[in-house]
Design a protein around this ligand. Sequence first.
Ligand code: CUA
Length: 420
Amino acid sequence: MRLPTFPTRFTRFARAAAALAAVGLLSGCYWLDGPQSTFDPSGPVARRQQDLFYLTCWVSLVIFVIVGSVLAYAMIKFRARSEADQHAEPPPQGHGNPLVEMSLIGASVLALVVIAIPTLKEIWYSYDLPVEEKANSYEITATGYQWWFKFDYPNETAKTADNTGKVMNAPFSTANELVIPAGRPVQINLRTVDVIHSFWIPKLAGKVDMMPNRGNHLWVEADKPGYFWGQCAEFCGESHAVMRFRVIALGPRDFNNWVNAQMEIARRVPVAPADAGKPRAQFAAYRTFRRNEAGSSDEFDRAPLDSWRRMQSTDVANEDPELIAKGRELFSTKTCSTCHTVRGDGYIGVVGPELTHVGSRSTIAAGLLQNNRDELHRWIHAPNEVKPGNTMWVKGYIANNIKLTPEDEDALVNYLSSLK
Ligand code: CUA
């Protein structure tokens, strides 16, 4: 039997490798500027991490080419050329060449040092804000929950009101959409209330874990206003893959306006006396969704920052004040208020996201669905189909045996969308 000769195997392997590399490169190119691409950094931390990645890549590539060439040279030059070669005695065995060995060890150490020095520099750089930037920085605390993110703004004081309408101070938090000032370093404290999550905004900084009983942190800075995607990057349970969030970076004036608007208590849509005698609208027919259907439209994805800005407007069409009032009441009778806070409406639950201004967010359900009435209905109608195992479904709907009629759902959708 004749053994397969070396060149045939080698060419076959080379062809397969080239095809694989081509597929990898082509698909890579396609995603290079995707919303979660680390190859399109939008801030200093991500940019320096990318530089380090390229340096490591180049050093590795040089080593790969040298080692690969020597290997290929040896395989081709010393291959068995004939039947006789294949059965020939091996050449005299030696113990190597000390000079070659020492130089190779030296070269390896040098390569490691070339990579290690900038790596350590970047670790220190991304670990904490540069000292001179501290005074200009903004602080936020991000907390991981199964499966959503809460963002506290410890330096802001929001308003709330008791049953008598007396206005008081309250801490401010929001969920799933982290709004930050652009062009300013932002210190983000990382916490979790349950398991390990990992906080990752690919275009702004590398991922850092949110560990139980351990206070991690990272800092980010967005060069200019923008809309960024974030994602939990550590497996944390059945809905880990849909534990997402968005980051909205705003210029100084826009950021201040946003903060001021968020400090206000929940928006009330007054029931005008003139409306009282008018026939009520029939409840809206909502679209049904296929399981795993995309949660946002192409139009939204093309210009998400514009979509987000539109959501800030309180100039809303098709509002039904009576339906909204009914939704506000159902929010309490259907026990939504046990878990959610709506400042000013008397709801102070802290298990789920604060909803005082949920109508101003561009997404709901951990950044998964675009925030419009259809998607909002999809979420409260069958939360388990959107985010399997979520707390609202398991400990809310199932545990409390909550049943919502289509009219109830419509009222709740109207109430929640009115919370601008
Ligand atoms: Cu949280 Cu994965």
